[in-house]
Design a protein. Structure first.
Length: 236
C-alpha cells in the first residue's frame, strides 16, 4: 500500500514538471529581428522571376540557325550525282584573247633533191650563184604565194630572207625554190641552213615531223698559210 502511494506521488510530480515546461515554451519572447530582411528577400525573389521571364522571351525570339547558301557565279550548271543530289559545276569560259587561231591544216615539206649547187661545190671569192631546191608539199595546207623560205643559222651568204615562193602549191604538188647567194671573200667552207615559213609567220621544215632544215654548203678554195706563230690558216 505504501509503495502505491510512492508511485502516485512520483507520477504527479513528473506531470507537474512537464506542464511547467510547456507553459514556459509557449510564453517565451521571440528573438530580435533583422531590419529589412523580409523586403530584401521579396526583392530578390522578384528579380529572379524577372530574369527567368526575360530568358524565356529571348530564347523564343532568337532566330533559328540557317546554313549560308553558296552562290555559284557565271555559267553554273547542275550535274546529278549518283545519289540524285545536284552537284554544282563550273563551265570553263575562254575569251578570244585566250585562245589562238584554230589550225585547220598541217604544214610539211619533203626535200626531193638539189637542183643546183650540190653540197660543197666550189666558188670563187665573192662569186654570185643561185641555189635551187626541189620540194613536195607533204602537208594538208595549200601553200600560198606568201609562203617563203627564211634563213635560220650558219652563213647567210647575203641571201634574201624571207624569200617568198610566189606560187600556189596544193598538197602533193612539187615546187622548185630558188634564192640568189654570194660566196664569202675569204677562203673556207661555208654552210647556211634554211626553213619554210607560212603566211602567218610560223616556220616548218622537212622530215617526218616537219622539223628538219635544208641547207646550202659551198667551199671557197685557197692555199694554206703557215703563219709566223706557227698556226695554220687558209690564205689567198
Amino acid at each position: 500500500m505504501q509503495n502505491s502511494r510512492h508511485k502516485l506521488m512520483i507520477f504527479l510530480l513528473a506531470s507537474s514538471l512537464l506542464m511547467s515546461a510547456c507553459n514556459a515554451l509557449s510564453n517565451s519572447t521571440p528573438g530580435p529581428q533583422i531590419p529589412g530582411l523580409a523586403q530584401t528577400l521579396a526583392a530578390e525573389t522578384m528579380t529572379v522571376q524577372q530574369n527567368s521571364r526575360l530568358e524565356v522571351e529571348f530564347q523564343s525570339q532568337k532566330p533559328a540557325f540557317q546554313e549560308p547558301m553558296i552562290a555559284y557565279e557565271y555559267l553554273a550548271t547542275s550535274t546529278p550525282s549518283a545519289t540524285g543530289t545536284p552537284v554544282p559545276m563550273l563551265t570553263p569560259y575562254f575569251s578570244n584573247s585566250q585562245v589562238g587561231p584554230v589550225k585547220k591544216c598541217d604544214n610539211a615539206a619533203v626535200f626531193v633533191k638539189d637542183v643546183t649547187v650540190p653540197d660543197y661545190e666550189t666558188f670563187k671569192k665573192g662569186q654570185r650563184f643561185i641555189k635551187t631546191w626541189l620540194f613536195r608539199n607533204s602537208g594538208s595546207c595549200t601553200w600560198t604565194p606568201d609562203y617563203a623560205i627564211v634563213f635560220v643559222w650558219g652563213d647567210q651568204m647575203n641571201g634574201e630572207t624571207p624569200k617568198t615562193i610566189g606560187q600556189t602549191i596544193a598538197p602533193g604538188q612539187s615546187i622548185e625554190v630558188s634564192t640568189e647567194l654570194q660566196a664569202p671573200n675569204e677562203p673556207g667552207q661555208y654552210q647556211g641552213s634554211w626553213s619554210f615559213q607560212d603566211a602567218d609567220g610560223q616556220q616548218f621544215g622537212t622530215g617526218a615531223e616537219a622539223s628538219q632544215f635544208f641547207w646550202v654548203a659551198i667551199i671557197v678554195p685557197g692555199k694554206l698559210d703557215w703563219g709566223k706563230e706557227g698556226g695554220c690558216k687558209i690564205g689567198g
